[in-house]
Design a protein around this ligand. Structure first.
Ligand SMILES: [Zn+2]
Length: 375
């Protein structure tokens, strides 16, 4: 065995010990050695490295009837963090996300979007202020992800289609030149999907629908977002639902977005909170509007299901407000349209997290860090 491969094995073992503790908080040295098939001295060596790098901590002692009590180890979830920013028309959300994908700090700042240098500078200043106020270990920031209402280039450096807020062509440099961390754009429906998949690791093959201010979709295969050959796979929002129908922001008429986005359900100045409070109170007008909305969403889901036979997960801004009875109603509406009998519902709800898009914007940095610990 040459020297290079020995170094490799050492790194892999180091990563394996960390990941074992990540997935089994409160493990003892003996349990780690036994589970990973490593010798106790090897595990001890890696535990000492992880402790000195402040990636793990001792978290008490395990009960034992014989001999000395074993020390239990757990990860330090805030040892590294990333920031997720959601850029919306009237405000930005800034979140700090730890190694468990949990939001540990959040700030909403009212800034009206405009395509200008002043705007990107102002947003960057707010992010730097948030870091100063909330993050006391800024060298441990892995990067900053910006959740954008638009398609982004595969390297995350440019918005290649951003008609909603008219920012097609916006480059990441316009923010990153003010920020001392790696930055990238992430498509907002991809953010919502990443966030939900993080919390539903069993959902490896699904069609994901983001019911947010605008509609979005993503095909998830083997746990990864399937981009398609030009990155537009799953862009369900511009599927024609009613030819010649309502205008869509893309310039066409009758797209699914014009009927199934949150903006299509709500009146101007109405919030999801307002709408669902009234729906819960059985307001006839709200129930009727919601029923019509589900009719249209059922057409979209049925069409998706005819093309790709995968379970459908509903996420995005609306998901925290939906109840199981809503997905059941939706499923019945899909069944009425389907050419094939469906016996079991294939529609599920994603996370109840209202900040799913901002969290999903920061997750790529966390995933990369965890995946590359051995490198
Ligand atoms: Zn459209």
């Amino acid at each position: 065995m040459d020297k290079f491969s020995l170094v490799d094995i050492k790194k892999i073992n180091y990563s394996d010990v960390y990941h074992y503790i990540y997935n089994n908080a409160g493990s003892s040295k003996q349990a780690i050695a036994s589970a990973l098939g490593m010798s106790l001295p090897t595990v001890t060596q890696h535990l000492n490295s992880l402790l000195s790098e402040e990636l793990i901590q001792k978290c008490g002692q395990l009960n034992s009837n014989i001999g000395r009590k074993a020390i239990a180890y757990s990860i330090l979830p805030n040892a590294r963090i990333s920031l997720g920013i959601e850029i919306l028309e009237n405000y930005i959300a800034i979140l700090a996300i730890n190694l468990r994908g949990e939001a540990i700090a959040k700030r909403i700042v009212d800034i009206h979007f405009e395509k200008s240098e002043t705007y990107t500078r102002q947003v960057s200043e707010e992010i730097n202020l948030f870091i100063k106020d909330e993050i006391h270990t800024s060298p441990h920031i892995l990067g900053i992800g910006f959740g954008m209402q638009g398609l982004v280039s595969s390297d995350g450096k440019e918005v290649v289609y951003g008609q909603i807020l008219d920012y097609t062509g916006l480059t990441i440099d316009s923010f990153s030149k003010y920020l001392n961390y790696p930055c990238r754009f992430v498509h907002d429906s991809e953010c919502a999907a990443s966030s939900d998949l993080w919390n539903h690791k069993e959902a490896t093959d699904i069609f994901y629908l983001s019911l947010s201010h605008h509609l979005g979709g993503a095909v998830i295969l083997q746990g990864n977002i399937h981009p398609g050959y030009s990155g537009t796979s799953g862009v369900i929002e511009h599927m024609t639902l009613f030819p010649g129908g309502k205008e869509c922001y893309c310039g066409k008429k009758g797209c699914a977005d014009a009927y199934c986005a949150v903006s299509a359900l709500l009146y101007e100045d109405e919030t999801l909170e307002d709408f669902f409070t009234n729906k819960t109170a059985k307001s006839k007008e709200h129930l009727k509007r919601f029923d019509k909305y589900l009719d249209n969403l059922a057409i979209v889901i049925n069409n998706i299901h005819m093309v790709i036979n995968l379970p459908v997960m509903l996420g995005g801004h609306m998901s925290p407000y939906l109840e199981d009875s809503d997905t059941e109603t939706l499923f019945q509406k899909v069944c009425a349209l389907s050419a094939f009998p469906e016996t079991e519902s294939f529609i599920s709800l994603g996370t109840r997290e209202k900040s799913a898009i901002a969290i999903g914007a920061g997750l790529p940095f966390i995933k990369e860090y965890l995946d590359n610990l051995a490198l």
